[in-house]
Design a protein around this ligand. Structure first.
Ligand code: UDP
Ligand code: MG
Length: 329
């Protein structure tokens, strides 16, 4: 059953989305019906809304839709956990009864019709399919440029991201089973998924305007999100302190030579030499020490994540075990 007509769950995090939910369900149902008719997915497939502690009528609407619409189910979080938290709640729940899961925002900015292509790729054997925005002309120039800068910076810091990919993607149950092993407190899903490995591909689409309502990601939240991404994936900032400290010590040694020469061969104000020396040497040594302590904190930081240290994609031993057993008879 599973690869031929897999059970698909579409996870949709919602925070104060009363204005769009009607349309979202209409659009997603249209896509679901098409997939079911073409026997691409099981007709027990689900649209799973996750209400992220909304203050408006979002949950009431979801409840109404659960009662009146074929595919709709809902999760309600106890408070606002933020987009990433809501997404994880949805993914972990969906994993238990789905063969594959698509995550998408509620606001219909991402082209729902490419879910069809996601499923085709899944059937071709891809475990992860990334939705990648082709053009971003509907986003403001500001949002586009800050996003671009963000991907560049992350790349420089050694964090592998799929550029122009938000959280619109398909993951197979197998990929999700691995994903849930990343039990870190500070989650940055976009950074974790590429770490899973497996056969992955991109599907391109044009990003549209928000259907209704306004962005729940103002600049402040965007910056917090970027910072979260950097600090939960990279200890490069700590390395930077070490490097700075080392550099300061070098300058300190230069200044030491200079001041000693100045003291020996020309007139200097009394106290100048010792002051110069202490400022530069002590400053440099302190920064270097901070950096070294930082290195150890970085190690603790990695340890506390308890990330899995490997992911097995194929295991010929287990696969061939039956054959071995038969041969040995
Ligand atoms: N969202 C959420 N919790 C939050 C903020 C946002 O679940 O605390 C949801 C929101 O309802 C939407 C998605 O996350 O479905 C993306 O948010 P939005 O469209 O406002 O972000 P943007 O597209 O402007 O970056
Ligand atoms: Mg949006």
């Amino acid at each position: 059953m599973s690869k031929n007509s897999p059970l698909l769950t579409i996870v949709v995090p919602c925070y104060n989305e009363e204005a769009v939910l009607g349309e979202t369900t209409k659009e997603l149902t249209r896509v679901m019906n098409r997939l079911v008719t073409d026997e691409k997915i099981s007709d027990a497939s689900i649209i799973l809304y996750v209400d992220d502690g909304s203050a408006d009528r979002t949950w009431d609407i979801i409840e109404e839709q659960i009662a009146s619409h074929k595919y709709v189910e809902g999760l309600k979080l106890s408070r606002n956990f933020g987009h990433q938290g809501a997404l994880i709640a949805g993914l972990e729940t969906a994993r238990q009864f789905s063969d594959c899961v698509v995550s998408i925002d509620a606001d219909l900015q991402d082209d729902v019709d490419v879910i069809y292509e996601f499923i085709e790729k899944y059937q071709q054997g891809y475990e992860i399919v990334y939705g990648v925005r082709d053009k971003r002309d509907t986003d403001t120039a500001f949002k586009r440029n800050t996003a671009l800068g963000f991907y560049r910076l992350m790349g420089k810091l050694g964090i592998k991201l799929v550029p122009n990919h938000a959280d619109y993607r398909l993951m197979s149950k197998r990929a999700l089973d691995e994903f849930v092993k990343y039990q870190e407190e500070n989650v940055f899903i976009r950074g974790i998924v590429p770490l899973l490995g497996f056969k992955a591909t991109n599907v391109y689409y044009n990003r549209k305007e928000r259907f209704a309502g306004e962005s729940k990601y103002p600049l402040k939240k965007m910056l917090a999100f970027a910072w979260e991404g950097i600090t939960s994936f990279s200890i490069v900032p700590i390395r930077f302190v070490s490097a700075l400290g080392f550099f300061m010590v070098l300058i300190g040694i230069g200044i030491a030579i200079y001041t000693l020469f100045a003291k020996l061969f020309s007139e200097t104000v009394s106290g100048w030499t010792s002051l110069m020396l202490s400022i530069w040497m002590v400053g440099g040594i302190q920064l270097l020490a901070l950096g070294i302590i930082g290195e150890y904190i970085g190690k603790i930081f990695r340890e506390t994540k308890k990330r899995p240290r490997y992911t097995i994609e194929k295991n010929s031993y287990v696969e061939n075990q039956e054959r071995h057993l038969m041969n040995s008879k």
